[in-house]
Design a protein around this ligand. Structure first.
Ligand SMILES: Nc1ncnc2c1ncn2[C@@H]1O[C@H](COP(=O)(O)OP(=O)(O)OP(=O)(O)O)[C@@H](O)[C@H]1O
Ligand SMILES: [Mg+2]
Length: 361
């Protein structure tokens, strides 16, 4: 298996409805065609400004909301993936060359067969329910994500009970062990969420997400609601759990310092699209996209001699319901030229797997 989870061409458009008949007037292009691939034991970052579609991408990759277009593949063997990529390329060429219907249909059928086997959106309810054990999410806000009327024992134990993994004495033992794993005590079992601090609540959320031994976890800004002093503890806990269980993470954040601390490779997202992808070292050493450059320029550096010029992005982030033509970033880009307004630059490899979507970089 090359990748544990892989989203290919993933889009999520939300309809905007209006009028008496609630007709669809337009759509919010929250995620507009992105690829994300995560290997076993790896942490892939997703960074970008508020509203660029990070949470939507995280929810789509777990099929909590079905993608509008594209597919998410889970545990697809390397040979099958190679076949799929080959077939998709072949189909794209056929469409470009307008070649005959029959052979095109045959290729489409083969692609469908692979999707039937490995795409999450092709699983039925029961299959999805089973897969959910292995694919979990930790939410941003530990204050609203825990049911205030449930005891910690039930919050953490519920997944084990629902999936029929443990009950009775065994359930109690496993719940206690989970709490200890995340740094809480057995005495916390009989308390309610409001009796805990933000950091402790996030530990409870993590215990719940890890109850069923998942192999893939989406971490959606797991520390951004917490005090700086508590943030590091939670990040370290997540790293320890990853090292112990060989987990894969999709780590979502708007904060580049946290991303740098946690991730192996990073996707920079702007208005529903990935504009740059690189390994962490490469991205921080040599950011290529003007947007990434601007994001990095505002990270505080400890050494005053090293101070970089801060690049302040002009204007607001445009609406994803009506993204700019051409390159979506051109309205805020200080290097823009005429072509940027007309043509959307594709994400292309600038060597060694460093991908950039820009006409000039
Ligand atoms: N259920 C929904 N219906 C309609 N629009 C939605 C829905 N969910 C998200 N959106 C819109 O999609 C866009 C992306 O939202 P999303 O929450 O994915 O962004 P984000 O990058 O996670 O932002 P933040 O950093 O603030 O969490 C936003 O414009 C948002 O208003
Ligand atoms: Mg979000």
């Amino acid at each position: 298996m090359e990748y544990l989870v892989e989203a290919r061409g993933m889009k999520k458009h939300f309809p905007i409805r209006g009028g008496l008949l609630r007709k669809q007037l337009a759509s919010v292009k929250a995620v507009d065609g992105i690829n994300l691939a995560i290997k076993k034991g790896e942490t892939i970052g997703l960074v970008g400004e508020s509203g660029c579609g990070k949470t939507t991408a995280g929810r789509c990759i777990l099929n909590l909301v079905p993608p509008t277009e594209g597919h998410v593949y889970y545990r697809m063997p390397a040979e099958e993936r190679k076949r799929l990529v080959g077939l998709e390329d072949q189909l794209a060429r056929m469409i470009e060359e307008n070649s005959d219907g029959k052979s095109k249909e045959a290729v489409e059928k083969e692609i469908e067969e692979i999707q039937d086997k490995f795409a999450l959106d092709r699983r039925n309810q029961e299959e999805l329910r089973k897969l959910r054990q292995f694919m979990q999410i930790v939410f941003q806000d530990p204050f609203s994500s825990l049911n205030p009327r449930m005891l910690i024992r039930d919050i953490v134990g519920e997944p084990l009970l629902v999936h029929g993994v443990a009950r009775g004495e065994e359930l109690r033992e496993r719940t206690t062990a989970l709490l200890e794993k995340v740094g809480l005590n057995p005495e916390h079992l009989y308390r309610f969420p409001h009796e805990f601090s933000g950091g402790q609540r996030q530990r409870i959320g993590i215990a719940r997400a890890f109850a069923l031994n998942p192999d893939f976890v989406v971490l959606d800004e797991p520390t951004s609601a917490l005090d700086v002093s508590v943030q590091a503890q939670i990040l370290n806990l997540l790293n320890d759990l990853q090292a112990e269980f060989g987990l894969s993470y999709l780590f979502i954040s708007h904060d580049l310092s946290t991303i740098k601390y946690m991730c192996d490779s990073i996707n920079v997202m702007y208005l529903g699209k990935v504009v740059e992808f690189a390994s962490k070292d490469e991205l921080f050493r040599k950011p290529l996209h003007p947007y990434t450059e601007a994001l990095l320029s505002v990270i505080p550096v400890p050494d005053p001699d090293l101070r970089r010029d801060r690049i302040v992005l002009a204007g607001d982030i445009p609406s994803p319901a009506n993204p700019p033509t051409g390159c979506r970033f051109h309205t805020r880009c200080r290097y823009r030229e005429a072509i940027c307004e007309q043509k959307d630059p594709p994400l292309t490899d600038r060597g060694g797997g460093h991908l950039v979507a820009c006409h000039f970089r």
